[in-house]
Ligand binder design. Structure first.
Ligand code: CAA
Length: 261
């Protein structure tokens, strides 16, 4: 794996971990960091021994990511703003469409672009000290990395508008009530819980996992008919070695040994 400047990437046999590593700026996402996130994901997905999943987190105990890095914002202007937004969307969409699941381990502030990055992940596990929000309107901005699109999907239009229009920061327990995160755990067991979830997923059929992600994403893609996509995926899985192995293992009352074929 490449050694990156703003993120750290560690890969063991089954799990890759990407850690945003700018703790002094509360892991704020500048252009370079977002570019590195996209490159790291590509490298992980191209590994010969592709891991079962990815944990994405922030370094230190204060922040997952406190948003886009604000330092250069005053000089960006119309075209610069659009370019920044486009770059973030391209990379975050890549995470959403990853064929292996990505869990955001939200270990502190996830604000603005930080929460938008977490929302592009498939699952979100937060620690009790995590705080989330979309403070863009406070800065004279709309969100730029798709909070106006993903937040209503997760928590409904009314609650999404409330968070976007008030710029209010919410605690992890409230995020759980709203359905924005999957679980809230103690800070010192955050990684352990994410590993446990990925180990569960890693024991299932890789092809089915990839197709489930694809079909659920298709539900939200106006260019696709999600029902048709599911029919295709069902056929593809039915024709796989994983299906043969999964059903044989069930009949023989043993653990399946999937190959992802
Ligand atoms: N960009 C750049 N630097 C940031 C940052 C950001 N988004 N958030 C925090 N930092 C920096 C601070 O400037 C500070 O640096 P210095 O020590 O050099 O002054 C350091 O991180 C620590 O921050 P604070 O001293 O502010 O820490 P705090 O504990 O008092 O407050 C906080 C924490 C509430 C998260 C506060 O830092 C904050 O409000 N940050 C900004 C959050 C924000 O507005 N995010 C949205 C950005 S816009 C966006 O993301 C648009 C989009 O959709 C793409």
């Amino acid at each position: 794996m490449t050694k990156f400047e703003n993120i750290e990437v560690a890969v063991d046999a089954k799990i890759a971990t990407i850690t945003i590593n700018r703790p002094k700026a509360l892991n704020a996402l500048n252009y370079e960091t977002i570019e590195e996130l996209g490159n790291a994901l590509d490298e992980i997905l191209n590994l010969e021994n592709r891991p079962a999943g990815i944990i994405l987190t922030g370094s230190g105990d204060k922040a997952f990511a406190a948003g886009a890095d604000l330092k250069k914002f005053p000089e960006l202007g119309f075209e610069g703003g659009k370019q920044l937004s486009k770059q973030g969307n391209e990379v975050f969409n890549k995470f959403e469409n990853s064929p292996i699941p990505v869990i955001a381990a939200i270990n502190g502030f996830a604000l603005g672009g930080g929460l938008e990055l977490a929302m592009a992940c498939h699952l979100r596990i937060a620690s009790f000290n995590a705080k989330m929000g979309q403070p863009e309107a406070k800065l004279g901005l709309t969100p730029g990395y798709a909070a106006t699109q993903r937040l209503p999907r997760y928590i409904g239009k009314a609650q999404a508008l409330y968070l976007l229009l008030t710029a209010e920061m919410i605690k992890a327990e409230r995020a759980l009530e709203l359905g924005l995160v999957n679980e809230v755990v103690e800070a010192d067991s955050l990684r352990e819980r994410c590993v446990e979830i990925l180990n569960t997923i890693g024991g299932l059929a890789p092809l089915a996992i990839t197709e489930i992600i694809r079909c659920v994403n298709a539900y939200y893609d106006p260019k696709l008919d999600g029902y048709e996509e599911e029919v295709e995926s069902f056929g593809k899985c039915m024709d796989s070695k994983d299906l043969q192995e999964g059903v044989s293992a069930f009949m023989e009352k043993r653990k399946a040994n999937f190959t992802g074929e």
